[in-house]
Design a binder for this molecule. Sequence first.
Ligand code: TRP
Length: 339
Amino acid sequence: MTEQKIVLSGMRSTGKIHLGNYFGALKNWVGLQDAYRCYYFAADWHALTSDYADPSQIAVNTLEMVVDWIAAGLDPAKSTIFVQSMVPDHAELHLLFSMITPLGWLERVPTYKEQMQQIESKDLSTYGFLGYPVLQTVDIAIYRAHFVPVGEDQASHLEISREIVRRFNHLYQREVFPEPQGLFTPTAKVPGIDGRKMSKSYGNAINLSDSPDVIRQKCMQMFTDPQRLRRTDPGRPEVCNLYDFHKLVSPPEVQERVARECRAATIGCVDDKKLLAQILIDYLEPFRRRREELERDRDTVYDILVEGSKKARERTAETLEQVREVIGLDYRKALAEKV
Ligand code: TRP
């Protein structure tokens, strides 16, 4: 039997998951669990690259994020779910990879310059922040992962990961690491309730854990076709923010009917908002049930992470053993040769 292919992915510990995160990556993760050996982790050290001055929220954010993962269908019985800092082997391999990664490669990663310019409130001119893609490469390589399901925004990170592992294999003349391939989720358009990209920092997100009342309120605030001012004006689903949500969560026949009735002005925006809110609430109902179950015992998630991290370390220990061997800081051998 050939060994099952390995899938690995992670998210920075940012707290509660919203629909953008779900449709952008998490849904894909859930779907891969039966066909692959999957590792999914909370990148708390990556959160530290930008939040080092105030790390007080990182641990809480990690727990909240993982509760949402499991509520959304990640199953600790199928996948290894863990926390980066609970597997300190990542740090050793990060040091070793940092030795072989040319500075120019890191300086050229497009997200590096963008983030430096955009995030003015934090000083990101640190060694650790420049090394973000090196740590990400390690996260993947240390599991000898083949596939990395991520959003398209991670494409440049995946590219440098492939280059770094190729360089390692070449320098030490052994195929220790497979070249990881991205499994990119075609970026389903997930607008926030104000029509801009859904993002925690814009305050326009619908969270997986929002209560039915909050979902109804948020749907009521959604932007629709700006030219449809009166109930009797025909609307244009193709420019309607609400309709983008229908495309994500509504059955095809509902999408088709809403589009038709909107164009004919037989359904009004308010009715449509109520309809969408109910569909979303139903869609998230199984998530809500699993979350309630998890929250009955507050230690459950922590235990899952400790257990997952232990399992993860079995894999990383094997990798590091091979890595140390090929780099060859072998003192027994050195002693034997000296005499
Ligand atoms: N950079 C990723 C993000 O912003 C998180 C991440 C860290 C990651 N290490 C990873 C994703 C390894 C995939 C594989 O979401």
